[in-house]
Design a binder for this molecule. Structure first.
Ligand SMILES: [Fe+2]
Length: 199
């Protein structure tokens, strides 16, 4: 039996609330094509998803974000984002991370039940958390005592279907984005494949 399968079995027996695996780690880049060339062409880590998101950020107004996801063998991802309309937030990347500390965070995959338990535990401990329904995943964000932002994220039950759609559209979405099309590609995905959650 693999280590992962053994851990899953142990978790089922003990009721462990330990996250199952890393979901993704998010970082900021200066330039998506430069970054894609490095991860995909140099290191051989494939671009498995790319979408543009438009968010209203207090104090900044409308912010366009381009999200690229590079897939690791166990299904976890390295997520790289940038802000095409806010050069001060992308140059250099670390400055952007300081401006918006949540852009650098460690995300782990959890079940809906474990996420619910975490909500209760955080509330009991007086730790603030933020909930975001991304459509394709449902997340809560909170900080550890050292200031590291942690995301507990729940995949939909049809995650395989969504991943397949994301893989098929990753390169065309990135090309459109780089060509200046900053329309919300995430919505296109939501119209084509509806994410399903147990609760
Ligand atoms: Fe994230």
């Amino acid at each position: 039996m693999s280590t992962a399968a053994t851990m899953e079995l142990n978790a089922a027996e003990t009721g462990s609330v330990a996250p199952t695996r890393l979901h993704h780690f998010n970082y900021v880049c200066r330039d998506h094509e430069e970054t894609r060339t490095f991860y995909e062409d140099v290191l051989g880590i494939p671009l498995v998803s790319f979408f543009c998101e438009v968010e209203q950020v207090p104090g900044l107004g409308e912010v366009v974000l381009g999200h690229a996801f590079y897939g690791l063998a166990d299904g976890s991802q390295i997520a790289i984002m940038n802000f095409p309309n806010h050069p001060d937030m992308r140059e250099p990347a670390l400055e952007a991370a300081r401006t918006l500390p949540n852009t650098i965070h460690l995300a782990v995959n959890v079940t809906a039940k474990v996420q619910e338990r975490a909500r209760e535990k955080l509330t009991d401990a007086g730790v603030e958390f933020m909930e975001v329904d991304h459509g394709v995943v449902r997340s809560i964000y909170f900080r550890d005592p050292n200031g590291i932002t942690i995301e507990y994220t729940v995949d939909p039950t049809n995650v395989a279907e969504l991943s397949e759609y994301a893989l098929r559209t990753a390169h065309e979405n990135m090309r459109a984005y780089l060509a200046g099309d900053h329309s919300e590609q995430k919505h296109k995905m939501a119209k084509t494949v509806t994410a399903r959650f147990d609760s």
